[in-house]
Design a protein around this ligand. Structure first.
Ligand code: HEM
Length: 360
């Protein structure tokens, strides 16, 4: 039997006394990554998820008639919103696509109304997700330790990046899906590249969901997307092979993703402060509350690169009060995302845009 959803209470979060120190350590590592890559590329790129493979504009439709526990915050009533989507890969440097790493999707739902978190920009509700269900480490201090190592490999050989990613535990989970072991991957210097548009993306960390708490996931729904699940893209000799293949496919793609919510039910079984614990689906099922749709488009059009890749700032803290990011990992993200995007503005001199509708 599924337990009733947990009620949100501020004391579900348990901030640790050393979080300011962790923030400072993260900032130092990010500065190293940002400065190294800016010197290499002659322009600033994101400190993490620097390389984008596809940019989309679409519509985010909140379903009508959701039951009370799901009709919360942005999802309280039916609605249609403009959406912008950036598909990326996780390191802060721009690597050959032959290096297999976790993929990310940043989704900006625009023209959202409701009380906003202090410092939240524009009028969007942002959702950032990766194609693995759990975060590699439980807490931000552990992440800061790993990031120090990662910062040290920025600007080094891509082989080192593969090895490090294996150490970080990123690759094992991604590889589970294609049935290879990380040892085999390191030996081959690469592995089959699954199509990013066929993947399922997870928030991995929890958020307030109005009266409750939840994790989120974005799952391919239409046959046009599920047909891409597990499809291998040949990236040998094609450093931007993922971008090229996505662009070719996007030109004829009418796609639908299910946006799903997983309500937390038991603070011990679905912890808020430990990002490495997967919330088991048999105890906390995912339920679809919205649909994300895209029509055929150019996923690497020059103006879109300018507006979404260069100028858009995605952050889990660009959010409604009703969807406040929760837990230590999320608290550490507040300052880190701002810091990284401020660096882009300072170096590139571009004005960042926070509105999904500004992308149209
Ligand atoms: C302590 C933990 C984390 C830190 C410090 C961190 C930091 C960052 C930073 C600095 C950026 C670049 C922001 C910018 O320049 O605009 C970024 C981007 C991103 N992060 Fe995180 N992150 C963390 C955890 C996560 C988690 C849990 C997820 C999702 C499961 C995630 C997904 C993403 C994605 C998808 C992007 C790309 C955003 C875009 O396309 O603009 N991150 N992260």
């Amino acid at each position: 039997m599924i337990a009733p959803p947990l009620r949100y209470r501020p004391d579900l979060e348990q901030p640790q006394p050393d979080e300011a120190e962790t923030d400072a350590s993260l900032e130092k590592s990010f500065d190293h990554i940002l400065e190294t890559t800016a010197a290499d590329y002659g322009r600033a790129v994101r400190a993490v998820h620097a390389k984008a493979h596809g940019l989309f504009e679409g519509t985010f439709t909140v379903h009508a008639g959701l039951p009370g526990e799901l009709a919360q915050g942005l999802f309280a009533s039916a609605g249609c919103y403009p959406a912008a989507l950036r598909v990326s890969t996780n390191p802060g440097d721009i690597l050959d696509d032959n290096v297999v790493l976790p993929r990310g999707i940043a989704l900006k739902v625009g023209q959202v109304s409701g009380d906003r978190l202090p410092g939240a920009e524009g009028d969007s509700q942002d959702f950032l997700m990766v194609n693995v269900p759990v975060f590699a480490v439980p807490t931000p201090d552990k992440f800061a330790g790993k990031l120090k190592l990662l910062a040290a490999t920025t600007d080094r050989a891509e082989g080192a990046k593969v090895a490090l990613s294996t150490v970080l535990g990123f690759i094992n989970s991604a590889l589970g899906k294609v049935g290879l072991e990380s040892g085999a991957l390191a030996g081959m210097g690469g592995s089959p590249q699954v199509h990013p548009l066929g993947e399922t993306y997870f928030s991995t960390v929890p958020f307030r969901y109005g009266d409750h708490v939840a994790k989120f996931r974005l799952r391919p729904l239409s046959a046009s997307l599920t047909a891409l699940t597990g499809q291998i893209i040949d990236t040998s000799g094609r450093p931007d092979g993922l971008r090229e293949t996505i662009r070719k496919d996007a030109a004829g793609l009418t796609g639908e993703w299910a946006f799903e919510v997983q309500l937390g039910r038991d603070p011990d079984r679905q912890p808020i402060e430990d990002a490495s614990v997967e919330w088991q689906e048999d105890e906390a099922p995912f339920v679809q509350v919205a649909t994300l749709q895209v029509a055929p488009q150019d996923s690497w059009a020059e103006d879109k690169v300018r507006r979404i890749d260069d100028a858009m700032h995605f952050s889990p803290w660009n959010a409604l009060v009703a969807h406040r990011p929760l837990g230590g990992i999320n608290r550490a993200r507040r300052r880190a995302y701002r810091h990284s995007s401020d660096f882009r503005v300072a170096v590139n001199g571009c004005l960042l845009s926070h509105d999904a509708d500004a992308a149209s």
